[in-house]
Design a protein around this ligand. Structure first.
Ligand SMILES: [Zn+2]
Length: 252
């Protein structure tokens, strides 16, 4: 009984984190954006709780370059289908994921909370951004976040994006649910090698200790699918941050 209660408490904490990330403004958190005096250059000054955005030494995104080949543990994906639950949180389109999907990497399990998009990609590779990116946000039992980046380049239409965009909430705060089932596993590239480094949330409060795993191989999206997102969010990208002492590894 006690174990069950602790487990429920963790699940509740995870949900709370997911919704507090999504609805920071609604919860009375200081407003931030991608332009002007609320833009990325000023995040660290908007509120004391955002200070890490300017003082942190392990910030994300970064330019991925000079990654060192390494024998990293594989990411073991255990993703289940979910019914569609999409929210426009004022900064991005976020798909909330039903409990019960997870990854295991290096003996640690992370539960999938949500995924969302940026265009162009926030991480660059050798100085170049991709056309769009999906960030799959996970949380381990100890609270650590693990984020998988799926880079996207213009090409064929992506069926997972099609399913989500069919219920696209265009207004900030708008929430859409449908019986449509989707599985984010279908968004992953076939090739599983990934870049790994320690970074942060790319939005305020820019919290560090995030285990970043950026899939090396991109997947395709159509130009129309990218445009459907950028028509709502013309800016959704934090500039790349200094690497400082960190190393980037590339799994073999
Ligand atoms: Zn993101």
């Amino acid at each position: 009984m006690k174990a069950r209660m602790i487990k429920t408490g963790l699940a509740t904490a995870s949900l709370f984190l997911a919704s507090s990330l999504a609805f920071a403004a609604a919860a009375g958190k200081p407003h931030w954006g991608y332009e002007g005096h609320e833009g990325p250059a000023h995040w660290g000054d908007l509120a004391a709780e955002y200070a890490t955005c300017k003082t942190g030494k392990s910030q994300s995104p970064i330019n991925i370059s000079g990654a060192r080949p390494a024998q990293l543990a594989d990411i073991r994906f255990s993703y289940q289908p979910t019914t569609l639950d999409v929210v426009n949180n004022g900064h991005t389109i976020q798909v909330n994921y039903a409990a019960g999907s997870s990854i295991e990497v290096g003996g640690k399990q992370y539960q999938l909370l949500q995924f969302h998009f940026h265009s162009p990609s926030e991480h660059t590779v050798d100085g170049q951004p991709y056309d769009m990116v999906a960030h799959l946000v996970h949380q381990a039992g100890d609270g650590q976040l693990g984020v998988i980046g799926v880079l996207m380049k213009k090409g064929k239409a992506n069926p997972v994006i099609d399913a989500i965009w069919a219920s696209l909430p265009t207004q900030a705060g708008e929430h859409k649910q449908s019986d449509t089932q989707l599985n984010v596993a279908d968004l992953l590239p076939a090739k599983q090698s990934f870049y790994n480094y320690s970074g942060s949330l790319t939005t305020p409060p820019c919290s560090e200790g995030v285990n970043w795993m950026v899939m090396q191989a991109p997947v395709e999206v159509s130009a129309e699918q990218v445009a459907a997102f950028t028509n709502i969010f013309s800016k959704s990208v934090r500039p790349v941050q200094p690497l400082h002492e960190r190393l980037i590894h590339l799994s073999q």
